[in-house]
Design a protein around this ligand. Sequence first.
Ligand SMILES: [Zn+2]
Length: 617
Amino acid sequence: MIAALLLGTAIAKAQTLTLPPEVQKAYDNGTRSLNGKPGKKYWENHGRYTISVSMAPPSKTITGVEQITYFNNSPDALKQLNMKLIVNVHRAAGRGGVPANPALGVTVDDIQINGKKAAWDNNVAITTNQMVDLDKPLMPRDSLKMNITWHYQLANGRGRDGAIDSTTYYLAYFYPRVSVYDDYKGWDTQPHTGSLEFYNDFNDYTLNVTVPKNYIVWATGDLRNPKQVLQPEALKRYQASLTGDSTVHIATPQDLAAKNITTQNASNTWTFTSRNITDVALAVSDHYDWDAASVLVDDKANRRTSVQAAFPDASEDFHHSVQFSRYALGWFSHNWPGVPYPFSKSTAVQGFADMEYPMMVNDSHEKDLVFAELVQDHEQAHTYFPFYMGINESRYAFMDEGWATTLEYLIGITEKGQKAADDFYKQFRVTRWIHAKHDQEQPVITPSPDVTRAGGGGDNAYGKPSLSYLALKDMLGDDLFKKALHNYMDNWNGKHPIPWDYFNSMSSGSGKDLNWFFYNWFFTPSYIDLALENVTKDGSTYKLDIKNIGGFAIPFNVVATYADGSTESFHQTPIVWKADQKQINITVKPSKEVKSFTLDGGIFMDANEADNTWSAK
Ligand SMILES: [Zn+2]
């Protein structure tokens, strides 16, 4: 890696991006192409899942009956299937303080492939992957059927899934699934250890959730049988929420106490369906409030999205959740990324995860409403990256977190103003990184599991890539940046883009060769530190010699302070670094005699501001 980088710097004049052999192979095979589009031979595999889960809180036993039809669209004969069992993560110490418990994790009671019992050892399946041998290979363009029955104990604790309280459960990553088999790495066998995220195929789901009466179920997908599971008045409120802007209180504490929400059968089965989606999650509770409304997300199609919230009545912030979501989904659809929210629904559930799931958000209770809205905005923004785009988050976290961080900032400007949004972004996304040591900085392209610098994973996933996206927006201008971004999103929506697909799509979408910029931001161990070395005056023109010590190609302002105390800013986009990313000179023509110049990067915070100012003698 280091050798390649040094060589790369030497030939920076005609920049090409470093290509790992497996990516080069994808181009050679025609599954991806250098214009950023999927190649003519691009393929991805697909599954149809019917999952029926049952539970009766406070028992934590979750039982599942699952059918998978798995389609092999690859050109390869598959001799094995790699199964993902993410809940097995709780057998080791999990995220959010979930204690280690070897008894947790999925027990497969029976697994049949095409009607024949398959070999499965629950004692072997202690990790989050298990390879299953196939009797005969699954040939290209063929499919197979799996029938699996399983059960597991829901974990306690404040993790991404588990028991939120004794009768409120959040199920996520809970069912055995076929892992991604892709064109450039084959089976995704990256173990899940609790911190890295996920990589999933686009599948179709039918999800049946059986719970005792008076339990409400919220889940990914459209509720198919509201008439069956809701009493008439609750049904009326639910249906009204699908077309109205105002928050409808479908279930209040009074309703729940009076038991007048769900049908009074011993148990109810709630059915949800969703298509072409990367995962399903669900929540159940017998005492959470249920609010809902809807928002117009697609003007052309006149399409509304249902926004719902499930929360304990005491959580003040969640009483605002539905309207926060209405604003966020409307804004994302119409502004940045400016793509209509792709799903029919979004439900925010109060748990502890601060985590996104397709059509679902699980957020903590926050006392500060401004912060509560920001966290929810962030998780909603993930709808686009990774869910609309099918990103491998466990390998390239910057492809989703960097965008969620960027969208959270952009929507934040409209919610609380430029200064407050800048201050927040600096405080939470930049300060810690920029004021750390930079002697072990790793390039953003470094696969997430290989980032070894303490804290570097977070910096490489959130702040640094977000700054790169904002720097590119500054350089191209909003219109061209959006055109390029939409080119990337159109090329890869519903597919599995890798970083090179992003780079190439942005170059072809903008009509500019941006490789020098992407090389700078993603393939070098840079940070941000400019120095204003010298200023010379020639008539009314000033020439500023600027050294780029940190290396990143950032936008910045040259701020001139005049003798009368007034200031004038001369904005420089990152294009100033195109020819030379180490040393440049800038000329400015101020309107008055200058007392001092300062280089100000704004949210592109400088590691050492002491050398950013020059004063006239
Ligand atoms: Zn995130």
